[in-house]
Design a protein around this ligand. Structure first.
Ligand SMILES: *[C@@H]1O[C@H](CO)[C@@H](O)[C@H](O)[C@H]1NC(C)=O
Ligand SMILES: *[C@@H]1O[C@H](CO)[C@@H](O)[C@H](O)[C@H]1NC(C)=O
Length: 352
């Protein structure tokens, strides 16, 4: 084997590991130094975008700050939802932002893809409603009088625009691969499931008009759920995710449950191909998997945040720490509450 061949193979492997990752655009969240993404030139300099995303960036420069806010939203929500799990969504300072965790077809990857596809749709829709963008505004298709008798009025969130943008920007790498690989199918499915978590949970918000709060005229508009709600829904889908495999039906390839006794997943469910690692130990070959040494755990919980499971049976350290809390709160007429500050010692447990 020539050394040239060896070098080339290593290079290919490197590219496969670090560039073939459709969630690299999340790195936009780290680009606070770029300032605002204000011109087409900036698009060329953004790390983590593939060429076709750079083109979308250039055609939609004004939308890119919303995309970046979406990336940040996804990271924050992931860390909140996974705060008590062994893998807690910690990010690296490089691409891919979540390291090895999202380069495999795991349940965690399914969660990250769904959440980030949703976060872009959410952030772009928000930007439309706030009047920040020339290209989109409120949803004008929502108008007239509803069957319930209220007047559609005010700014309905233009979720169709946000979803369409997310589909073109987030899904593009998978689509350019011709949708043939099982990972591409998995990612596309989960991206769509994430966006469904918003689409299928739109709500109607209303305001009453009339003399002293009477509801003679009611005006309503369609609004997205708060992003925390979207995160909760996708986390539930993570807990109930379906393990799937690729099956050929005629000439098309589809993902079907690996266990044929399970009922097939719906458009809103998450699917995954590979079992997750246990996330117990720090693995230098798997960037992003930090292990659970030093993590807080709950001595009385039997769940994944309990010391037994969190520390993977390695045991834990216990430390007494002082916490300051509000206590002996008294209600004073009228109308405020006054509290004392209490100090107390509590036991804190951290994994060995
Ligand atoms: C996640 O866990 C690591 C240790 O495994 C810790 O350093 C980090 O502060 C935790 N939290 C977040 C949000 O990353
Ligand atoms: C620890 O777990 C128990 C049982 O699940 C729960 O009641 C308690 O609030 C938890 N403590 C903390 C500090 O989270």
């Amino acid at each position: 084997m020539s050394s040239e061949y060896l070098i080339r193979s290593l290079l290919m492997l490197f590219l496969a590991l670090f560039s073939a990752n459709a969630s690299n655009w999340l790195y936009l969240a780290k680009l606070s130094s770029v300032g605002s993404i204000s011109d087409e030139e900036t698009c060329e300099k953004l790390r983590g975008l593939i060429q076709r995303q750079v083109q979308i960036c250039k055609r939609n420069v004004e939308v890119m700050d919303a995309v970046r806010r979406g990336a940040q939203l996804a990271i924050d929500e992931c860390q909140f939802q996974f705060r008590n799990r062994r893998w807690n969504c910690s990010t690296l300072e490089s691409v891919p932002l979540f390291g090895k965790v999202v380069t495999q077809g795991t349940r965690e990857a399914a969660f990250v893809y769904a959440l980030s596809a949703a976060s872009v749709a959410f952030a772009v829709t928000r930007a439309c409603s706030s009047g920040e963008l020339d290209k989109c505004g409120c949803d004008r298709n929502v108008h007239g009088v509803s069957p319930e008798g209220f007047q559609w009025s005010g700014c309905s969130d233009n979720i169709a625009y946000g979803v369409a943008f997310s589909q073109s920007f987030v899904d593009i790498r998978e689509r350019s691969k011709g949708q043939s690989s099982n990972r591409a199918l998995m990612n596309l499915h989960n991206n769509e499931a994430g966006r469904k978590a918003i689409l299928n949970n739109m709500r109607v918000e209303c305001k009453c008009h009339g003399v002293s709060g009477s509801c003679e005229v009611k005006t309503c508009w369609k609004a997205m759920p708060p992003f925390r709600k979207v995160g909760n829904i996708i986390k539930e889908k993570f807990d109930g995710a379906t393990e799937v495999e690729l099956r050929k039906v005629g000439t098309t390839k589809v993902l079907v449950p690996r266990n044929s006794q399970f009922k097939p997943h719906t458009d809103e469910d998450l699917v995954y191909l590979d079992p997750s690692p246990d996330f117990c130990e720090h693995d230098p070959r798997s960037p992003g998997i930090l292990g659970t040494a030093g993590r807080f755990c709950n001595k009385t919980s039997k769940a994944i945040d309990g010391c037994e499971l969190m520390c993977c049976g390695r045991g834990f350290h216990t430390e007494e720490v002082e916490v300051v809390d509000r206590c002996s709160c008294k209600f004073h007429w009228c109308c405020y509450v006054k509290c004392k500050q209490c100090r107390k010692m509590v036991e804190m447990h951290t994994c060995r």
